[in-house]
Design a protein around this ligand. Structure first.
Ligand code: ATP
Ligand code: MN
Length: 480
């Protein structure tokens, strides 16, 4: 067997020494023709591989360059160097893959995040992105663990959807019809989608919620975790055209149960990452500290990354209604001094991210759950409150990010749901399958959508969403 190797993470975690081991990985640096810093991605920490003078011929030494892949055999011995308990004293080194030092995009120096985004195919091999994507993995794993421990069924909702009434955003069309104008037309000049692959117009999903609700009406507790797509021209640091969403849907939950679930869930997965990715988060915390030093004092965050994560898992989220939030915003000095781009004047206004961030970062200084929004700024499926003006919606707002979760108790009463759909011009014919849940054994239920990348942003302390998904898709960019 070729791959009889020890992972660097396992080697470094143990104090054990004086045994034989084989390691494989990529060279980060090579000093004094002797000391190789080797990384295999299992940890942010490098293993020091020592090639004693005379072990290798000149030709081999020249091939140990940053980026090259090597296999090293030798003895694990206690290290005299700082910062590591053990190192590998090599008895043989084999070059598995050369890397031309002149051409390899990563040099042993600091690169800008922009440069690394352009070289996303290779950025996995940096400390920063190694840490980010190991944390991303842990969060994804913890999500499944959390729901599995609570008896939720993981449901795969379709990526290609036939309903264009999901209502969560602009959709990407899926078609095999020719784009050169030769596609068959109807009498009124519109495209005849009967000729298209699925015999109808189809899109990439913007949310799995509607299908998730169908499953919740059988399993009680379900969640989805999959890619979603939005063709919005949002060039922000918080929007992607392709992102992953987690959408639990729970029968017999009301809005308060929904908030409790969301809060427990977020705390659980953050705790999991803190326990399992301590080194990565410590590294990212230092990275953030460095980045913040470049900012003016007033713009720096009050807490470091680890401090912030600890604070979030150990404190309750602030819960208040939209109406209370509007009062706070309207009375704020920020509003009075016209510091908001969009001034808050009347009840009913949609909150912009500047308002959300004011509430979270300036006023409460902790995550906030806003509930009971005006019905006109929310989706048709949210449950109408007694007042006839607001719906049982909840958004969770996180420091530095803004909206991270959007959810609601769903309207389970058929007549009320139909009335809302009519008011909002949602075509009932197209959603007949959805309405069936209200016709046959309807029940109170609630759910939410959490944008996975926004959560990864929050946990890693990164500031641009394009840096927390391996190959980001956004307007005018689908590289790799
Ligand atoms: P926003 O107002 O920030 O655009 P939204 O109201 O469109 O969000 P929802 O439709 O409620 O968001 O989607 C649920 C969750 O999915 C959001 O809370 C957010 O975490 C995430 N999300 C929404 N749009 C995007 C996007 N374009 N890129 C990444 N995550 C997103
Ligand atoms: Mn949006």
């Amino acid at each position: 067997m070729f791959n009889k190797r020890k992972k660097i993470n396992a080697l470094l975690q143990s104090d054990e020494a004086n045994y034989e081991a084989t390691v494989m990985g990529w060279v980060r640096t090579f000093r004094n023709n002797q000391f190789i810093a080797l990384n295999d991605g299992s940890t942010n920490n490098n293993l020091q591989v020592v090639a004693e003078l005379g072990l290798l011929d000149d030709a081999t030494l020249r091939r140990i360059t940053t980026g090259a892949c090597i296999k090293a055999n030798g003895h694990i011995v206690p290290s005299l160097g700082k910062g590591q308990k053990v190192e590998l004293k090599a008895t043989s080194i084999e070059i598995l893959g050369d890397s031309d030092a002149e051409k390899f995009p990563l040099q042993p120096k600091k690169h800008s995040l922009e440069f690394l985004r352009e070289n996303a195919h290779i950025r996995f091999r940096t400390n920063t992105f190694g840490a980010i994507f190991r944390v991303r993995h842990s969060l994804a794993f913890a999500i499944h663990k959390f729901f599995n421990e609570r008896g939720f069924v993981y449901v795969h909702t379709p990526i290609i959807t036939g309903s264009d009434a999901e209502g969560a955003g602009e959709m990407f069309r899926v078609t095999t019809l020719p784009l050169d104008g030769s596609a068959e037309k109807n009498e009124d000049g519109s495209i005849n989608y009967k000729e298209d692959f699925f015999g109808k117009s189809t899109n990439l999903t913007v949310s799995g919620q509607l299908e998730g609700e169908l499953a919740a009406m059988a399993f009680s507790d379900i969640y989805t975790f999959g890619p979603t797509f939005r063709a919005e021209n949002s060039n922000t640091t918080r929007h992607l055209a392709e992102f992953w969403m987690i959408e639990p849907e729970v029968a017999f939950n009301d809005l308060e149960d929904n908030m409790n679930l969301a809060e427990d869930f977020i705390k659980y997965i953050i705790r999991y990452a803190m326990e399992h990715n301590a080194d990565d988060l410590a590294f990212l915390s230092l990275r953030l500290e460095e980045e913040e030093k470049a900012k003016p004092q007033a713009e720096r965050s009050e807490m470091g990354l680890l401090e912030k994560l600890n604070f979030v898992v150990n404190n309750e989220f602030e819960r208040l209604t939209y109406t209370e939030a509007i009062r706070i915003l309207k009375d704020s000095n920020h509003n009075k001094k016209k510091k908001f781009q969009y001034l808050i004047e009347d009840w009913g206004a949609d909150l912009q991210s500047e308002h959300e961030r004011y509430l979270v970062e300036k006023h409460f200084k902790k995550p906030v759950i806003l509930t009971d929004y005006p019905k006109d700024i929310k989706s048709f499926y949210m449950r109408m409150n007694e007042d006839g003006k607001t719906v049982a919606a909840m958004d969770i707002l996180a420091p530095g990010i803004g909206e991270i979760v959007g959810g609601s108790q769903r309207e389970e009463r058929l007549d009320k749901l139909l009335a809302r759909m009519k008011e909002m011009h949602v075509p009932a014919e197209e959603l007949d399958f959805y309405l069936d849940t209200r016709r046959f054994g309807s029940c109170p239920h609630a759910g939410f959508g959490l944008g996975f990348e926004r959560l990864v942003l929050f946990v890693t302390g990164m500031t641009n969403i394009r840096d927390v998904i391996p190959f980001p898709r956004y307007p005018k960019s689908a590289a790799f």
